[in-house]
Design a protein around this ligand. Structure first.
Ligand code: DAT
Length: 172
């Protein structure tokens, strides 16, 4: 089925600004913001709690089944700190938000992350884990890394993405 509106994945390490960016973009463009973390909690799409990693053990198959029909319709902004388990065909653009370590450290400390969760996530950002994951999972030409250090970056990114959506054409 040909989508009339694009689907965009917004990914990146926790704290890089996925939810802030996605919700503002959804508001500006009338696309639908899907926060996968919230969906997993609300619909129990997990296999319990991982004490060591201090997060839900997401059930990727249940998440993909839950989203399939919605994604087929197009017009979605999917917000999640992972990207390798979604079907490649779902997305027209994969945005990877990136934040400098010191800035990210402060944001995650404010969030009250434990020492180990903090260092796992800072390491994830240092090694550009999400960018590598996106490049391995999607065609290179749809992967767009964007800096997300400041409020100014958010507004620049919103302009870039709003313009991208405006120009997007369904493939025939
Ligand atoms: P994520 O959804 O990636 O976990 P978030 O959108 O919840 O991140 O943002 C985490 C916190 O950082 C939140 O308090 C908003 C702030 N923030 C996010 N992006 C920012 C940016 N580019 N400049 C300044 N603050 C930002």
């Amino acid at each position: 089925m040909v989508r009339k509106r694009p689907n965009i994945l917004v990914t990146g390490t926790p704290g890089t600004g996925k939810t802030t960016t996605s919700s503002a973009l959804a508001e500006a463009t009338q696309l639908c913001h899907i926060n996968v973390g919230d969906l997993v909690k609300a619909k129990n799409l997990h296999d319990g709690w991982d004490d060591e990693l201090d997060c839900y053990i997401i059930n990727e198959d249940l998440v993909c089944d839950e989203l399939e029909d919605t994604m087929e319709g197009g017009g979605n902004i999917v917000d999640y700190h992972g990207c390798d388990f979604f079907p490649e065909r779902w997305f027209d653009l994969v945005v990877v938000l990136q934040t400098d370590n010191t800035v990210l450290y402060d944001r995650l400390t404010r969030r009250g992350y434990s020492e180990s969760k903090l260092s796992n996530n800072i390491e994830c950002e240092i090694f550009q884990t999400l960018l590598e994951e996106a490049k391995e999972s999607y065609p290179q030409d749809i992967v767009l890394p964007l800096k997300s250090n400041s409020i100014q970056d958010i507004s620049t990114n919103l302009s870039t993405l709003t313009e991208w959506i405006r120009r997007w054409q369904p493939s025939t």
